[in-house]
Design a protein around this ligand. Structure first.
Ligand SMILES: O=P(O)(O)OC[C@H]1O[C@](O)(CO)[C@@H](O)[C@@H]1O
Length: 551
């Protein structure tokens, strides 16, 4: 599936048609589009599972949407999608299938990789995880000294950290509150230090999460955690078995580290790191929320998988969101995309999406290695919306950049909020609705003047508006809704990669820095070798050594 010989994206007639249409659209304002169609607000909306998705505040008309769907057809998004679901090796630079959708397939589904149905293996691991999670939750998994495990520390980085850490925050209201969870990723020793300093080692379980089990940050932190544990417990190597489990595809390396492979939860090379938290990588989350809730989350993923696989293009939400991103990148020169959740529990959601989107689509060559000459993945950024309003929203409202944004909010606060706090929810959501309204429609100079604003301030108090947003609203932030949201973004990223003709499932761009760090480390510690470095890096390394008192 190299797509060799495919017509270059910007030479397709469908691309040219979009370019021409963009010119015709010119400066058409959302105010005009809404005035022209009183039903636009409800007409440009979709329901997917529990998600209500309003895309009416986008700079598009029926014609734009039709042309974008034509582009999707011309680039065979549906063909690549079907190949992915069938287990074909669409990750062509690594010659791997891309089957995170199999992680949430029902028990009786049949999905084959190299002629083997992978679904039974997926469910066998889920069952093993559930048995383990139940034991820990019930206090039946005891440590080396016989005390029950009460603290769970996940050690991993990238996809082996961001997913479980994000989902733990999102679903905090569903977690077993007498257990403590920590997530360690940074090779800066401060991360592990702060995570364990107040924990009783006798009650602490380390989950070492690494697809490859070779990632230097994770193995370094896991080794330090093992040293800490054995020192605290004044115990020998035999204490490791009760306090360390591994989540990996690499049994050999897990064994080398000293973790019993009986305590390893497996996944497979057809699960990309950034698509993996619904695999064994989600063990910490499953312990936190319990197997039943975890399964509800998987069902939420599956619901959107099925929607993406089967919904017609006009109603296909990931297709639509993906195409809108293509539209803004190519024809509005949008460089970034903001994700602005109006839920404190989604505070790590955008950070999670950064890896999902930017590691997937931060590419500049096509599947067959030709340089692209069109925009690919945007810079994804954002934090919970109300906080952003008092920080960077100024730039979105009145700056010079086009920043399409997703607003995500919920009708009901989580159930166990303290009673006095439930009332705050309407204020939160009033802000949610007000912001997309202000961004779309702005405030004209005439409206400003009508308020009696002095003429010299009119320009400053004018809001041009016309800033595109998607609004995603659900009743409540449940495990299923989280699964639905993540799958929606996974498939949106897929659609964009398919249109741009890039491999969204490799990540060669992270390799060079790793190799150079390995070379530089001995120069920092032992000295010498500086002459092989460029003059800037050599100067910095020598300043570092001097500051560390090394000559
Ligand atoms: O799970 P692993 O193998 O430790 O990898 C961690 C992360 O490192 C990366 O490979 C990037 O270096 C990510 O894609 C991955 O999620």
């Amino acid at each position: 599936m190299t797509n060799a010989g495919r017509t270059r994206l910007n030479q397709l007639p469908e691309w040219a048609a979009l370019g021409k249409h963009r010119e015709q659209l010119g400066d058409t304002h959302l105010r005009e589009l809404f005035d022209a169609d009183p039903r636009r607000g409800t007409g440009y909306a979709l329901r997917v599972g529990d998600l209500y998705l309003d895309y009416s505040k986008h700079l598009v008309t029926d014609e734009t949407l039709r042309l974008l769907r034509d582009l999707a057809a011309a680039t065979d998004v549906a063909g690549l999608r079907d190949a992915m679901f069938r287990g074909e090796k669409i990750n062509n630079t690594e010659d791997r299938a891309v089957l995170h959708t199999a992680l949430r397939a029902p028990r009786d589904a049949v999905i084959e990789v190299d002629g083997v149905n992978v679904v039974p293996e997926v469910h066998a691991v889920l069952d093993k995880m559930a048995a383990f999670a139940d034991k820990v939750r019930a206090g039946e998994w005891t440590g080396h000294t016989g005390k029950p495990i009460r603290n769970i520390v996940n050690i991993g980085i990238g996809g082996s950290d961001l997913g479980p850490a994000m989902a733990y925050e999102v679903l905090r209201a569903y977690t077993q509150r007498d257990l403590t969870f920590r997530f360690v990723s940074n090779v800066d020793g401060a991360d592990l230090h702060e995570a364990v300093r107040d924990l009783d080692a006798a009650e602490t379980l380390f989950i070492v999460a690494s697809k490859t089990f070779t990632t230097i940050e994770t193995i370094t932190n896991a080794t330090s955690a093992r040293n800490w544990l054995l020192t605290e417990l004044r115990a020998g190597q035999d204490a490791v078995a009760k306090h360390f489990v591994a989540l990996s595809t690499n049994a050999e390396k897990v064994e080398d580290f000293g973790i019993d492979t009986a305590n390893m939860f497996e996944f497979w090379d057809w699960v990309g790191g950034r698509y993996s938290y619904d695999s064994a990588i989600g063990l910490s989350l499953m312990i936190a929320i319990g197997p039943e809730r975890f399964r509800e989350m998987l069902d939420g993923f599956h619901l959107v998988d099925e929607h993406f696989r089967t919904a017609p293009p006009e109603q296909n939400a990931p297709l639509l969101l993906g195409l809108l991103g293509v539209w803004y990148g190519a024809f509005f020169d949008a460089q970034s995309h903001a994700v602005l959740p109006y839920s404190h529990y989604l505070s790590k959601f955008t950070a999670y999406l950064q890896q999902l989107d930017m590691e997937s689509n931060g590419k500049s060559v096509t599947r067959d290695g030709q340089p692209v000459d069109w925009q690919t993945g945007p810079v994804v950024w954002g934090t919970p919306g109300t906080n952003g309003q008092h920080a960077y929203y100024q730039l979105i409202h009145q700056g010079t950049k086009v920043i399409p944004a997703d607003f995500i909010g919920f009708a009901r606060p989580v159930e166990d909020l303290l009673p006095g706090l439930v009332a705050q929810h309407d204020l939160l959501m009033a802000n949610f609705f007000a912001q997309t309204q202000a961004l779309a429609f702005g405030k004209t100079p005439e409206e400003v003047r009508a308020e009696g604003v002095p003429e010299e301030l009119v320009a400053h108090k004018t809001f041009h508006g016309n800033h595109p947003t998607t609004t995603i609203l659900a009743e409540a932030l449940t495990p299923s809704v989280l699964g639905q949201l993540v799958a929606l973004y996974e498939h949106k990223v897929f659609v964009q990669g398919a249109v741009w003709n890039i491999d969204s499932f490799d990540q060669w761009g992270v390799e060079l820095g790793k190799v150079l760090a390995k070379r530089i480390e001995p120069v920092l510690t032992e000295g010498g070798g500086g002459e092989q470095l460029d003059s800037s890096t050599a100067g910095l390394v020598s300043a570092y050594r001097a500051l560390r008192g090394r000559s």
